[in-house]
Design a protein around this ligand. Structure first.
Ligand SMILES: NC(=O)c1ccc[n+]([C@@H]2O[C@H](COP(=O)([O-])OP(=O)(O)OC[C@H]3O[C@@H](n4cnc5c(N)ncnc54)[C@H](OP(=O)(O)O)[C@@H]3O)[C@@H](O)[C@H]2O)c1
Length: 290
């Protein structure tokens, strides 16, 4: 029996996420230290507390989780955590602000169950939000020809440009998807559509989905009615609808939860795990193969 497993949960929100705390406990964390209203300026001292207190041999028994509702703030905190480590003085760290990494990983894995993603045409509606951008990033790494949809083509183009600087081989195209006609064009010829729009907003009607015969997989991440894709249920999990395999937000959410817990457990295997979108996706893929 080693020392208790301690997770330091860093959250920029005034009220730290109860959801993240519950998942941590369910994943087997012995002691959860939750810090709310965390700013980048606080991070160094918080990390020092995590790395200087126990001996080197016990560092794998301490880990850091960066959560909260604001993904940009979470990313800044995550970067500062990594900057604070030096030499062997580090503990494992995971970023899942707004559930963006685990949700995106679960969505892309769901698509990959049914179609090889390399060279597949995938439209990500509302690919500009924190979840959508991660979906696009993972698809780009998988070699999918990805159309990034937005009400504003300029906004979509900005996402494409940013991601191409991170994944130079990315095959991305910005598409406007504001009117029904634009949305129809955005999914025309696509094999997969992933709707990553804000809660309670329908981005694609059932009629448009059915009128696109090339679509083999449709995934919606919005669980709040009206759903992001019409004619589906939030609980759909590989549900055949009109010849298309459909996943709703709850259907994807089960995989997301499994990945989230497994990623937390992974943090305690060594003291040098860095779990961002790609690492979380790779872990999800491993879980699928088991
Ligand atoms: N299943 C899960 O476990 C889980 C976990 C986390 C999140 N989610 C869900 O995943 C989805 C995406 O999350 P997110 O945080 O990335 O969402 P978000 O930031 O709230 O919105 C994503 C995008 O939706 C578009 N949008 C916003 N308002 C709109 C409107 N009135 N009409 C049309 N489009 C609109 C925007 O794109 P443009 O401005 O570019 O059009 C925005 O970038 C949400 O539905 C969220 O609830 C699910």
């Amino acid at each position: 029996m080693g020392k208790p497993k301690i997770l330091l949960q860093l959250d920029p929100d005034r009220q730290a996420s109860v959801f993240d705390a519950v998942v941590a406990i369910d994943a087997g964390v012995d002691q959860l230290l939750v810090r709310n209203a965390v700013e980048v300026a606080h991070v160094r001292d918080l990390v020092f507390g995590a790395i200087f207190t126990r001996g080197l041999e016990d560092l794998p028994r301490t880990a850091i989780f960066v959560g909260g509702s604001n993904v940009a703030q979470g990313e800044s905190i995550f970067e500062e955590v990594k900057r604070t480590f030096f030499g062997p003085m580090r503990v494992s760290v995971m970023l899942d602000a707004n559930g963006a990494n685990t949700t995106a990983a679960a969505a892309v894995l769901a698509a990959a169950r049914h179609i090889p993603l390399r060279n597949a045409i995938v439209t990500v509606l509302a690919g500009t939000g924190p979840v959508g951008q991660r979906v696009v990033r993972l698809l780009a790494r998988e070699g999918a020809k990805t159309r990034v949809g937005s009400r504003s083509k300029d906004k979509a183009q900005h996402v494409c440009d940013t991601l191409t600087s991170v994944v130079p081989a990315a095959m991305l195209e910005a598409v406007a998807a504001s009117t029904p006609e634009e949305t129809a064009a955005a999914i025309d010829g696509a094999h997969v559509v992933i709707a990553a729009g804000a809660a309670g907003i329908e981005l694609l009607s059932a009629e448009q989905r059915i009128a696109t015969p090339t679509l083999r997989v449709a995934i919606d991440l919005n669980a709040v009615p009206p759903l992001g894709i019409g004619g589906m249920k939030a609980t759909d999990k590989a549900q055949d609808r009109d010849g298309c395999v459909c996943y709703g937000a709850i259907g994807v959410g089960r995989t997301k939860m499994k990945i989230h817990k497994a990623a937390l457990r992974r943090l305690f295997e060594t003291n040098d795990q860095v779990m961002d979108a790609e690492e979380i996706f790779a872990l999800g893929r491993l879980l699928e193969s088991e």
